[in-house]
Design a protein around this ligand. Sequence first.
Ligand code: MG
Length: 413
Amino acid sequence: MPSSVTSPSRPAARPTVAVILVAAGRGIRAASTGEPPKQYRHLQGRPVIARTIEAFLNHPGIDRVLTVIHPDDRDLYAKAVAGLDDPRLVLPVPGGADRQASCLAGLAALAATAPDYVLIHDAVRPFIRHDAIDRVIEALGREVAVLCGVPVIDTVKRADEAGYVAETVPRERLWRAATPQGFRYKEIAAAHKALAARGITGVTDDAAVAELAGHRVLLVDGGADNIKLTTAEDFQMAEQRLAAEAFLACPDVRVGTGYDVHVLEPGDGVTLCGVFIPHDQRLKGHSDADVALHALTDAILGALGDGDIGKHFPPSDNRWRGAASALFLKDAVRRVAERGGILAHCDVTIIAEAPKVGPHRETMRQAIADTCGITVDRVGVKATTNEGLGFAGRREGIAAIATATVRLPLGGV
Ligand code: MG
């Protein structure tokens, strides 16, 4: 063997770590109401499962993330992970009749690449932190099986059948089991296979599979906030938590304004806030002349201190001839994201004698919300006439004023 292989100066190879996300459950309520299963529900605009996957992809020690999904959820899954372009996220595999069977399917799918360690995690625990993942991986250097949990801090009572306290259970050494549950891959794969071969089904957690195979399972602290999203209250709390985190992450509040005017000429309609309204005039301009979206784009650029629409999309450039102005707005929103910020709010006022904007207001708000990737409650659209005064009053043009609030992280450029 070449000496370099055994040289003590050569760093030991890092163990390879795969993650199996168990997402094959459908939930009785979801099945009966037609709601998507919990792992596909949105939290602050993003599916829970995408957040969970990202929590692992953001950890540098993770080499592969495999999701086990219900065969009926292929489309939901594809939609949820669209945009998560990371080669470590491999194609999902269909789950089995219960959690145990789904984990076995996941472990079998990893056989070809046989990682050193595998972490099995609930897809509905998106708040798993790096330090908890670190603790599991570190412990697997010494142990075959590691269980993330939380020491019980509440006093625990056991009730009798009538609902009265029968006894106070000593809470010393009591833990609530959670995930990830980490294992040496070969050992847990063998334990799962052996159980299946013996016809034992319905084992609800993988640590129990390891226990049944005779392995000792070490408990490590998984963090009290690593909750399993189960009830409506859990989702509500998670929403509030994420909103608060986003708020605190971007404390630098900036407000920008924008103003634009386009000339009216005879035509068949105008595009305002991305919505075409049939009319006996049209707006003259290089692009689709959406005066409202131009003002809004400038408001966002203004909040960023990043020039104006004319600087980024010069009218002299033929690429923007007839362009849908949503493109300019999207670019401004991209600049906010690039700086780690969020668009917190925007508000547009259209100044026109005609056509009437009121009937289109909600469609316009939704169009802006969709283009900006924010919720519609953060978008205002208003219209006013100019009481017959000036160019707007004479129907020679339409003006628009916009305000945008952008929140940036501290220390941004
Ligand atoms: Mg313009």
